[in-house]
Ligand binder design. Sequence first.
Ligand code: FNR
Length: 379
Amino acid sequence: MKDITCIEDLRQLHKRRVPRAFFGYVDAGSYAEETLRANREDLQKIKLRQRILVDISKRDLGTTVLGETIKLPLILAPIGSGGMQYGDGEIHACRAAQAAGIPYTLSTMSICSIEDVAANVDKPFWFQLYVMKDRGFCKALIERAIAAKCSALVLTVDLQLLGQRHADIKNGLSVPPQLLKFNNIVDFITKPGWVAGILRGKSRTFGNIAGHLPHAQDLASISGWVASQFDTSLNWKDVEWIRSIWPGKLILKGIHDVEDAREAVKTGAHGMVVSNHGGRQLDGAPSSISVLPKIVDAIGTQTEVLFDGGIRSGQDVMRALARGAKSCMIGRSYIYGLGAGGEAGVAKAIDIIAQELSVTMGLCGINKISEIGPQVIAE
Ligand code: FNR
């Protein structure tokens, strides 16, 4: 890992080590990928203000998120099928996050189950919920998250149906991979490290779901069940229902509009993530960073505002914090690290962003996260 100096290096290594279908699953956005590109382009348009001769010898990246002390304003976002990028991927990612002193969010669509992750890490993690039509399954998942002592529930609200990713269709993506397809055989032969890791992993299917469907153990049935479970009728009343079952901190993920943000505040949720699902849902939506300040202005400090979408560096974290986010979630940035080298790769991704943020703060004359505001942006 010593020649790896930036997230793009991890992305290139991930691309070399992981089969095409799984790299494509991570890298792609929906449809023409306009929103995916806008997330990056609009962040890069924000220019930072260079300041000099300020004593920057005591820089500190520490902050809090929903009352929890964290070592830097970063959270690992929920990512489906992490265990297909690297064997036991979710456990590796969670361990790296905990060693770095930041939260990890386990996806409903993880490969390792909630219980597997809880048994293999030291501290509580966050759990992300997709509300499925089978409300009994959702209730059981929440109860499992409570039993595993998860410290926050991240309710994803921007996936009542799935935006199409062309790459996944063209690559015939499936979990587990279709080993007998000719293209895949060629691909897998050239990725022996990945194959060995996946074979060693505890699970090769959706770990949180497999146990719920004793009558449907074959993977085609599980995938079919998941596809039939996205709930287009989901609405604000369901958030009330979730609140009545989940006693802890609740974060709504996928808020992208001022009116929705105001509604989200009314639910009493403790936090919200301004997000367009990393450009994987509504293509043609504006970038996440462009809607962030409007949402922050509209809701003030009533609910903690987190941000994701396009963060690939510490400079990007600085930009999002300057626009009003309290902390940032990262998705692809750490998954590239996971595919590139498991726990060490995720640790590398976090460290790269932390070092970049530290230097960026210094060069902007900032010592503390709480000092970052609109004044660091060059007009
Ligand atoms: C995601 N995202 C996501 N979100 C969620 O709530 N549950 C999930 O299971 C997933 N799965 C998932 C898989 C992959 C491969 C990606 C890239 C993204 C969205 C994710 O949590 C986050 O919102 C975005 O990744 C943020 O954008 P960046 O950081 O990837 O640009």
